[in-house]
Design a protein around this ligand. Sequence first.
Ligand SMILES: [Cu+2]
Length: 180
Amino acid sequence: MATIAEGTAMQPPVAGWDKAMPKDKQLWMLALVVASIVMIAISFAWFFVGRQNIPWRNYATTPEAFEQQTKAFVAKFETKPGSGIVNVPPGEDIFLLNKIWAFEPAEIHVKTGGSYTIWYSSKDVMHNPIIADQRLTFTAIPGHAYGIQFTPTTPGTYLIYCAEYCGVGHQAMAGKLVVE
Ligand SMILES: [Cu+2]
């Protein structure tokens, strides 16, 4: 090995740097490579295998069109005109308009064991409605509607809140899903 003059920016590396890696270190390296490949394979397989994935669909829309759809949905299932409370029979689609800073409708009643699709979209900025304890969430983006198919199994009242900071009234964005 050539000697490098002292006082230069280049110093010789640690002694033994040019020797082959010891066998035990090679084995550890191999184990790490194999473990990484297995974990990467699992993360891709997860998308196709198992029941943890939410069945969802989407379509392109406009904020105006989605608002009209939501208003028609609310008018059809509202318990009393102007109440903001909808009572949705099983098999029907639910529309949840996200806007600064409220959900429309504010309260959704569904039946245990019924099959529903809940459609999210935004009228203005990005929101992220979460239905607490029901593992249902999607980003609400203006111009896109996302539909999640779900079957409520546990009666109760679940908070719907926004998990995407959307402005000064963000913390006031709350709604209710009531599973009867
Ligand atoms: Cu928000």
